[in-house]
Write a protein that binds this ligand. Structure first.
Ligand code: ADP
Length: 871
């Protein structure tokens, strides 16, 4: 074993305490990484691997310059890694032996607060679970950048945890090291959170005041684990942590992860971007704080009718106060991110510029209050407490910090004249000295008659008088003292010049030092306002979200929903909030939804592409909008307050996942069937489609019957199995509706209109036509369909054996909506079938990957098909 150098020994000791993090070890101007850290970092960061030492004892190493380290940190954090930053904590110049080093901070995905590393309109929640072993589990989510903490008690059902973790969009989860392995595996499988460990849960005296509102010891313990983790990783003040708020996990409309994804509440399915989601349509917030709050509201719609109605009433009032509202939003636009600003104040890393942002924001508050007062006198009381005043803080900031200060707080130039007497004296001294020097140049030019004489300054020699060599003979003997000889000039000093110089430099040094001290004092004063500004930030966010709702309601013509006392859904001329904004204005066909006693379940039939799934999503999104307090897209809306929403809606990416599609379908349905209550909303789209026809119909029917008999939840069930429409006769609470389509000149036209009754026929063949299927295929299909409808056996061309093969094949594969060649099982013994070439053709059509075909390839394919048919 090689003898370790003292520095490597120090490295290994520190690394042993931070095994799960990249240890960035400060060496001079670089952060160095060693051993596996280095090897891993080289891959992740695309930097060069070097080594320390020689031969077989060479230690792999790589490094990044400390001044550009942030970008490397950002990359690693984004990928879910942790970073321990180890600094030199004594001056290398005076250190004896190895420079002392310590980890000063651990950066983790859930604890970063740097604004360039986190999204403005998103919370960055760190979450933690504490399993009490008695069937209860504490859950907490904390945002270190804003200081918010919310805690609740869950059961030991992993699904519930996953729900909360995903609601929080958490990137990191803190648990104990003895957390149950099996459950941890499930979490890892279902989410991509970074796992961190913390075993300490003892109370911390310093932060006891944060938990006084929590009665349950379990909730407190849940927080203490989080708090210990913060302390251990952040190693600095946590003064901005807000008192822990308890939220009952079941006080929100529950929407499971899949449904949230399927309904595209926060991001679109296709590219996972905000664009195309419900959030994008209703987000008219003008502050980052408001943006974060809105997102939270959409994640957790309310279920308390009273609270929802309160929000509706405010939106209504704001909708009717156009001028005040728009002025209010203009003012809000100028309010900076108060939550994150105070986070930085408490953290001690706020700069003068940010304090100016704070001042400007606080100065907006009186006008914001006035505008709210104008809308409704009760609003000010609702959002602002009387003893909240920032007058003194504003005055202090106004008097002390210049309007456009530099980012650095250590180089002076931030404090206003007249704020501090001593500082002013230094400023005067420096200014006087500089003025004297400026005059000196004039004066000496006159005395010596040398026009090119100048006074200059450099860091090494300080102030000097410079005379070009050609003119030095003009200088009176002994007037100056020679200091430096250059090729073309001489530089001189005088005792008086040096005296002034000392004065100036001394004054400037003192100025910088004093300005820094004054700034720290001001920051300290601002710190006293942290919790009050946090409350203010909450109020501003809420006002922003609600004013935004009013703006959306106006822009998109939404109406105030009302709540039904007898569980009725009555939507007149409802629209899909997202679809209506992406298709040409006025093209959206509004639809009614009517569900009451005796029609709790609607079975929706209609051709593919008719709008079944849009209709179902429309209802779900309307419910979500209503329960977050927003107005809704319709002429009028009456709804019950739903407790949960479940969906099984075909998602585009299911197609890509192939084999597992049916399993996903069944899992999601199973979840709905076990969790739904009578007050839930269930949306099932084409259930059973993922298996063979008869299997599918049987399953679909059984599921409908189960919901009908056991759950009694409001349910929309769309299907292309016409056989299911007969259920209306046997199930009292089920009614058929269908999306109408009509034929125009032989072409099908979808009306997107949902009306009572069942669809009279399948338009599969027309859809095939729309898809520009070769006309030979559709013509043939039409003929076969005609024959089938007339009860004739299919026109056959080949022998039985071949047909049977086809039946089996069809039954195994996913049946398509097109049902080009439906087969009647009872008649399978009869002589029927299709030609071999047609069979092959079908196979080819089935297998073609339309989405990845170029137009030219498509033409070629059609050509091949025709050839196949003609042969
Ligand atoms: P289905 O579920 O019946 O196959 P979709 O709901 O996916 O049909 O709708 C197919 C297309 O029709 C969608 O792209 C959508 O934009 C459009 N659409 C659906 N409903 C409407 C409507 N009410 N008004 C206008 N366009 C609609």
């Amino acid at each position: 074993m090689m003898q370790e150098t003292p520095m490597m020994k120090q490295y290994l000791e520190i690394k042993a305490q931070y095994k799960d993090a990249f240890l960035f070890f400060r060496l001079g101007d670089f952060y160095e990484l060693f051993y596996e850290d280095a090897e891993k970092a080289v891959q992740e960061l695309e930097i060069t691997l070097t080594g320390r030492g020689k031969g077989e004892h060479r230690i792999p190493m790589c490094g990044v310059p400390h001044h550009s380290a942030e970008q490397y940190f950002a990359k690693l954090i984004e990928r879910g890694f942790k970073i321990a930053i180890c600094e030199q904590v004594e001056d290398p110049a005076t250190a004896k032996g190895v420079v002392k080093r310590e980890v000063v901070r651990v950066l983790t995905p859930g604890t970063i607060v740097e604004s360039q590393l986190i999204q403005e309109k998103e919370n960055n929640f760190l979450t933690s679970l504490t399993d009490f072993g008695d069937g209860t589990v504490g859950f907490i989510r904390s945002d270190l950048s804003t200081g918010e903490n919310e805690v609740t008690l869950l059961t030991d059902d992993v699904q519930e945890w996953l729900q909360e973790i995903s609601n929080s969009h958490s990137k990191e989860l803190v648990i104990s090291t003895d957390f149950k392995e099996e459950q941890l595996e499930k979490i890892k499988e279902m989410t991509d959170v970074t796992i961190s460990y913390e075993d300490q849960i003892e109370e911390i005296e310093e932060y006891k005041h944060l938990v006084i509102n929590l009665e349950q010891i379990k909730l407190q313990k849940t927080f203490w684990r989080m708090c210990h983790y913060f302390k251990r990783t952040q190693k600095r003040s946590l003064d901005h942590l807000q008192p822990i708020v308890y939220y009952p996990a079941n006080s929100y409309l529950k929407i499971d992860r899949h449904s949230k994804r399927n309904l595209e509440l926060i991001e679109s399915l296709r590219d996972k971007k905000k664009q195309g989601s419900l959030l994008a349509v209703v987000d008219q917030t003008v502050t980052s704080m408001g943006g974060r709050m809105l997102k939270k509201w959409i994640e957790q719609p309310l279920i308390k009718e009273k609270r929802i109605i309160e929000r509706h009433q405010i939106v209504d009032q704001m909708l009717n106060s156009y001028f005040e509202r728009e002025e209010l939003r203009d003012e809000l636009k100028q309010v900076y991110d108060l939550e994150r600003l105070v986070g930085r104040i408490a953290y001690g890393n706020v700069n003068a510029r940010e304090l100016i942002q704070l001042k400007r924001s606080l100065k907006k508050i009186p006008l914001i209050k006035q505008l709210l007062e104008k809308m409704n006198p009760s609003y000010v009381k609702r959002w602002f407490s009387e003893n909240q005043s920032y007058h003194e803080l504003i005055e202090l900031l106004e008097a002390s910090i210049i309007e456009d200060p530099p980012i650095s707080i250590k180089e002076g130039g931030l404090i206003k004249d007249g704020f501090h007497e001593e500082l002013d004296r230094y400023k005067d001294a420096s200014a006087n000295g500089k003025r004297w020097i400026a005059q000196l140049e004039q004066q000496e030019r006159q005395i010596t008659g040398i026009k090119s004489l100048k006074v200059g300054f450099n860091k090494v020699f300080g102030y000097y008088i410079e005379v070009t060599r050609a003119n030095t003979h003009l200088l009176p003997e002994g007037r100056y003292e020679r200091k430096q000889t250059l090729t073309n000039a001489e530089r001189y000093i005088t005792p008086e010049l040096k005296e002034k110089e000392a004065l100036i430099l001394n004054a400037e040094d003192k100025m910088e030092q004093l300005e820094y001290e004054l700034f720290v004092d001001i920051r300290q004063t601002a710190k006293e306002y942290v919790s009050s500004i946090q409350t203010l930030a909450k109020a501003i966010s809420e006002v922003d979200v609600l004013a935004g709702f009013a703006a959306v309601a106006e822009k998109n013509r939404y109406v105030q929903p009302s709540f039904s006392q007898n569980q009725t859904v009555k939507i007149v001329a409802g629209r899909h909030p997202v679809v209506e904004t992406v298709i040409p204005k006025g093209d959206y066909v509004a639809n009614d939804v009517f569900m009451e006693q005796g029609r709790e379940m609607l079975l929706i039939t209609g051709p593919n592409m008719a709008g079944k799934s849009t209709y179902m999503r429309q209802l779900a999104l309307t419910v979500v909008l209503a329960q977050i307090g927003s107005f809704v897209p319709a002429e009028s809306v009456e709804l019950p307050v739903f407790d949960q929403i479940f969906t099984r809606i075909g998602a585009a990416d299911d197609l890509a996942s192939g084999q597992s599609t049916f399993m996903v379908e069944m899992l999601e349905t199973q979840y709905a069937l076990t969790k739904a209550t009578q007050n839930s909303l269930i949306l099932l789209d084409e259930i059973g489609r993922g298996t063979s026809t008869y299997d599918g119909i049987a399953l679909a029917q059984a599921i409908i019957e189960y919901i009908h008999e056991e759950i009694k939840a409001k349910t929309l069930f769309s299907t292309h199995y016409h056989e299911l429409t007969d259920l209306e006769n046997s199930l009292r609470h089920l009614k058929n509706v269908h999306v109408s389509a009509t034929e125009d000149d032989g072409l099908v036209v979808f009306l997107h209109k949902v009306i009572d009754g069942q669809a009279d026929r399948s338009y599969g063949i027309y859809v095939a036509e729309l898809a520009q299927m070769p006309s030979t295929v559709t013509k043939r299909a039409e003929k076969l369909l005609e024959e089938l409808e007339q009860g004739q056996p299919l026109d056959t061309k080949k022998d039985d054996r071949e047909h049977k093969e086809l039946v089996v094949h069809e039954a195994m594969d996913e049946p398509t909506q097109l049902s080009l060649f439906p087969v009647n099982p009872e008649s399978s013994g009869q002589k029927q079938g299709i030609s071999k070439s047609e069979k092959e053709l079908l196979k080819m059509i089935k297998e073609v990957d339309v989405l990845h075909l170029t137009p030219f390839e498509a033409i070629q394919k059609v050509y091949e098909w025709q050839k196949c048919l003609k042969s």
